[in-house]
Ligand binder design. Structure first.
Ligand SMILES: Nc1ncnc2c1ncn2[C@@H]1O[C@H](COP(=O)(O)OP(=O)(O)OP(=O)(O)O)[C@@H](O)[C@H]1O
Length: 302
């Protein structure tokens, strides 16, 4: 009997809901789950060969790889993905797409170049550009760290004075700043894209205590059963523009109800969306990835 395909899951937090769901889904699909904590990996280059040691042992080839690395492990995760791609493993998201989508401003640049509308957003590095950025974007405005997730590093400045003070601090500490026009809707839409199809969607409403609608910030989610076709088209194009096989695309409405993409998450949590929709997203993902891996002629519809 041939050995079952091996599917690696790169995850630091092994007890996380998404990691556990994916491990179970890999086993349920008849494949062998291989849990890799990125920090226990050693990459070795020697002449023209590349090798990966996991906890001091040479790692056997993997059929496919699912990156579930958080923001702080983006660079390590992308180097591991580059190794796996070189080995011929089928990576759910590539090294390049992970790096790109983890940079909040660079990814918006790529979306805009693809014709996808985003909120008015300024990026700058020097104090001399601060006042122009504040007046061009207008207050209230949202300041964002260039990397961050679950709403961490996203803050609201209601007035020009507050915005200037906040920017002074961030320019001093981070040497760069990103500010975005505040959209007053208090809700956003998250669409999960898998190989060019929207497979699930939810609406998230901010609580009375916060402007952020992330579930970690007290937001409330509900399933989005009648997904507008323009939202789905924007989500598909956003994931494709960033080269992502799997992505969570966040959309908010402008004052004139135009859908604008806030960001595209390369490692969206499965917990909220599976709980809200009742869908087996982990199972769908693993089956689609195995199909990709085992039918090399089948190209993802990116
Ligand atoms: N320009 C904006 N106007 C109003 N609210 C915003 C704006 N940008 C972000 N928000 C709110 O803050 C939340 C977090 O913002 P964003 O998605 O950029 O950060 P994140 O930390 O990467 O979140 P996630 O982990 O969901 O990807 C959004 O879900 C939205 O509710």
């Amino acid at each position: 009997m041939p050995a079952p395909p091996r599917i690696a899951i790169l995850s630091h937090h092994t007890g996380l809901y998404s990691t556990r769901r994916l491990l179970d889904a890999v086993a349920a699909a008849g494949a062998e789950p291989v849990l890799l904590q990125p920090e226990h990996c050693l990459l070795m280059l020697d002449d023209t060969a590349a090798r990966l040691y996991y906890r001091s042992s040479l790692l056997a080839p993997c059929t496919a790889v699912i990156p579930r690395v958080g923001g702080p492990l983006t660079h390590l995760g992308s180097r591991l993905l580059r190794f796996f791609a070189g080995e011929g493993s089928c990576c759910l998201n590539s090294a390049e797409s992970l790096e790109l989508s983890r940079d909040k401003f660079a990814s918006l640049q790529v979306l805009v170049a693809a014709g996808i509308a985003v909120p008015k957003t300024a990026y700058f590095t020097q104090m001399e550009q601060r006042d122009l950025a504040v007046s061009a974007v207008g207050t209230p405005l949202v300041h964002k760290l260039l990397s961050g997730s679950q709403g961490v590093g996203v803050s609201l400045a209601e007035t020009d004075i507050a915005a200037r003070g906040m920017l002074d601090t961030f320019l001093h500490l981070q040497h760069e700043a990103m500010v975005q026009r505040f959209l007053p809707g208090r809700h956003d839409f998250r669409m999960i894209v898998l190989f060019g199809e929207v497979i699930a969607a939810m609406r998230r409403d901010a609580s009375a205590e916060d402007f952020r609608s992330n579930l970690h910030c007290g937001g409330r989610a509900s399933a989005l059963l009648d997904l507008p076709e323009d939202f789905a088209a924007i989500a598909r194009l956003s994931a494709a523009s960033l080269g992502l096989g799997f992505a969570g695309v966040d959309i908010m409405l402008a004052e004139n109800q135009r859908p604008l993409v806030l960001e595209v998450n390369p490692v969206p949590s499965l917990e909220g969306i599976e709980g809200i929709t009742g869908q087996d997203i982990a199972g769908t993902l693993v089956k689609a990835l195995l199909q990709q891996a085992l039918s090399p002629s089948l190209q993802p519809r990116l």
